[in-house]
Design a protein around this ligand. Structure first.
Ligand code: ADP
Ligand code: MG
Length: 720
């Protein structure tokens, strides 16, 4: 299989993409039920209703929904769609859809049917999707409900088009069963809180939208080679494989020229993305061989996340046309970089001001500092929940693996803002009057002009006009960390406002009250600020001294979801109920267990049916050779004896370790409590993977190449 796969990969022709006949501006969003389309198709009244729902969160009444449904139906049918689906994000990590035809049989004919009911709410049953105990099987109802803030779109498959309506997914009692529902609540929450604080500065500010730009990293592997690796097929990562002689040490892949086959693939999915209104902007090679990145322009958080999920679906589908498989796993290959999903986040007002962009005068700078410092404080207080929001079995491989931020959450602000914060703070210490304070604040824009320093090792870095959460895993749904970040910042801003108001009430001027409270917040957040190398061992030691958490694995980190801080950040403000948090925790423990369980099974399978047979075949060749040489009185040399001994030892240990892992798995499976089971899977099952792998990878190095069945790293990474 390996040699056939290599041949197939080497002979694969570049799949040429027909250049878009339609100019890009016309193509852009052509499959989206966009604002412009709605303006043209809907009645004035219906358009206004949808618009105020999108902009102000007002609900749409039944009559208006009927109008929208009629317009949407006409548009979709004209575009050639035959089916429609509510498109949602269950807690499986992927998107879900259940297609219904637009046509109903009627007296031997087919008639088109799509009403307000079909648009607004559906009951997809979907009782097999994870719910963490929120749905009893006898009352297993789950409902999808229309999210007007993310426009409907048409998804094109090779032979058919489907109208997709973005929806939330909730239980009969209204509990969230998905990622989108809490995300929407958090967006609303941060909007309200930030707007309330902005009113100190500018009463024209009536809303604040959280914005997000998601950089997506991925690997490409030839389809034939992929299919010859059961671990890639079933786990999305290689469980074994010796490091190639050449990996990423030459740094010759990063930003290098893009191979033709890969370029055609990128161009192809970009064209598809453009039709769906996904504003892709950047493409380049990443650090590891076979690794790439793409990034769109930032959008409202909700839309950016929908677009990211849609993009991943598209990339997967288009890859198959090109004889590729796209790997979104955080660590498909040991020894070289893994993939992340950098989440660039900021807050933008209805007046068009980016609140994380320093302004031009003292007042707007104070507004900037207010949002900036409160964000840092929010991250400080919610560090463990942020860590939990990026936790997964697959991201565990990446965090702290000297290529991605460590599991310690800290904030990088850059040398300029470090100076600014210091000056801002010292003001109080030295007891100087308002004059110097305003000078410090005045200085920000000037100095910022050369604020170019970046810290690629920081999990949460300020990059001039936004914060970048760099620790998010490449497979994950960004709604998780963004729900946490929005809620944490909102919660902090509300607390801040209460304290400022209290000072004002006591007679302090508004500005003085704000400055005073910012200093308190800054002082309380100082130990989370770190400008150095987050990959270094010194930082781990220093962080420990500072009392920062360094939670290295998923089962341990997830507990933060039900911590006292989580109650404060989420439950008090209705983002999650306590029950929802516990249900989520349950689901995440289960997911963790299942992932490691599958990996354990695949690994044992590979050892027994691929690795050991190859090694034993080679071993017997060596042994019979020695025997033949002895028979003709040529004493077999030392080298062959040594080889036989090594191979034989590695075979023994590989088998022994594999059996041990299987035993640990059986023991772990017996645990009744899902958290304990997850912990056991982490400590006893997953930790033993490395012991198995060490032996297997040694065998790969020693066994005759012709006998090795699984495509090797050099082939997976370098054949394009
Ligand atoms: P890099 O971080 O690699 O330098 P860019 O500066 O191009 O990359 O930005 C990366 C992402 O950040 C892009 O998706 C971009 O649209 C997004 N971005 C830029 N400004 C903002 C903002 N104000 N809010 C959210 N995302 C932003
Ligand atoms: Mg970036």
């Amino acid at each position: 299989m390996r040699f056939d796969a290599i041949k197939a990969a080497q002979n694969r022709k570049v799949h040429k993409v027909k250049t878009a006949e339609t100019p890009i501006p016309e193509l852009y969003g052509s499959n989206v039920f966009s604002d412009e389309v709605m303006k043209n198709i809907l009645s004035k009244e219906a358009y206004k209703s949808v618009n105020s729902s999108i902009k102000e969160g007002k609900s749409i009444n039944r009559e208006m929904a009927s109008h929208v449904a009629a317009g949407l139906k006409r548009w979709a049918l004209d575009k050639g769609a035959t089916h429609y689906t509510h498109w949602f994000q269950p807690l499986t990590g992927s998107t879900a859809e259940k297609h219904d035809s637009f046509y109903d049989p009627d007296n031997g004919k087919a008639i088109e049917k799509f009403s307000a009911e079909n648009l607004v709410q559906q009951e997809p049953d979907a009782s097999s999707l994870p719910n963490g105990g929120l749905r009893n099987t006898f009352e297993a109802r789950g409902y999808t409900a229309w999210d007007p803030s993310s426009p409907a779109f048409i998804y094109e498959n090779t032979s058919g088009k489907t109208l997709c309506i973005p929806t939330v997914f909730v239980s009969y009692n209204g509990e969230a069963l998905d990622y989108k529902a809490p995300l929407l609540k958090s967006i609303n929450f941060v909007d309200k809180a930030a707007t309330a604080v902005c009113k100190y500065f500018d009463t024209k500010i009536t809303s604040c939208k959280a914005s997000l730009g998601i950089e997506q990293e991925y690997f490409l592997v030839d389809e034939a080679l992929f299919n010859a690796r059961p671990d890639l097929m079933l786990c999305g990562r290689t469980l074994i494989g010796h490091a190639p002689a050449k990996g990423q040490q030459m740094d010759d892949h990063y930003f290098g020229s893009i191979p033709d086959r890969v370029f055609n693939y990128m161009y192809d999915f970009e064209l598809e993305a453009i039709k769906l209104g996904i504003p892709l902007k950047t493409r380049h090679n990443e650090v590891a061989p076979g690794q790439y990145e793409c990034a769109p322009m930032f959008e409202d958080v909700n839309l950016a996340i929908d677009h990211n999920l849609l993009l991943m679906d598209l990339m997967d589908e288009v890859a198959r046309k090109h004889g590729f498989r796209v790997l979104f796993h955080e660590k498909p290959f040991a020894g070289i970089n893994g993939s992340g999903k950098h989440n660039n986040w900021s807050l933008i007002t209805n007046t068009g001001i980016n609140l994380l962009s320093p302004g031009k005068d003292p007042d707007s700078n104070l507004l900037f500092l207010t949002i900036f410092i409160n964000t840092i404080k929010a991250v400080k207080d919610n560090a463990d929940i942020i860590r939990a929001s990026i936790a997964s079995a697959s991201n565990d491989h990446r965090l702290g693996a000297n290529e991605a931020p460590p599991a310690i959450i800290s904030v990088f602000v850059g040398s300029t803002l470090t100076k600014v914060l210091k000056a801002f703070e010292q003001d109080k210490k030295s007891g100087t009057d308002g004059k110097e304070r305003s000078i410090n604040i005045d200085k920000i824009p000037e100095i910022l002009a050369d604020n170019t320093d970046r810290n690629r090792t920081s999990p949460f870095a300020f990059t001039g006009n936004k914060f970048e959460l760099r620790a998010v895993g490449s497979t994950s749904n960004s709604a998780q960390p963004m729900t946490v970040l929005n809620s944490a910042v909102a919660n902090q801003l509300l607390e801040f406002k209460d304290k400022v108001d209290a000072r004002i009430k006591k007679g302090t001027s508004k500005k003085q009250a704000i400055v005073a409270e910012l200093k308190v917040a800054l002082k309380a957040s100082k130990n989370i600020l770190f400008e150095g190398n987050n990959y270094s061992d010194d930082w781990a030691k220093e962080a420990e001294k500072r009392g920062l958490s360094n939670i290295k694995n998923t089962p341990e980190s997830l507990k933060a979801y039900v911590s006292a801080q989580a109650m404060k950040t989420f439950v008090n403000h209705g983002i999650f109920t306590k029950e929802e948090l516990h249900a989520r925790l349950e689901i995440m423990f289960e997911e963790y267990v299942k992932k490691i369980q599958i990996e354990g099974r695949v690994l044992a399978d590979l050892v027994y049916t691929y690795v050991l047979p190859s090694a034993i075949t080679y071993l017997s060749t060596l042994a019979s050779n020695v025997k033949v040489l002895n028979d003709v009185n040529l004493k077999a040399g030392k080298a062959q004896h040594e080889l036989i001994k090594s191979i034989s030892d590695y075979i023994d240990d590989a088998k022994k370790q594999t059996d041990k892992m299987i035993e640990s798995r059986k023991k772990a499976n017996k645990m009744a409590d899902s958290q304990k089971m997850a912990v056991a899977y982490h400590h006893n099952v997953k930790e033993s993977f490395d012991n198995i792998r060490r032996n297997v990878d040694k065998l790969e190095q020693l066994v005759n190449d012709k006998l090795w069945q699984l495509p090797k790293y050099r082939e997976l990474l370098f054949i394009k």
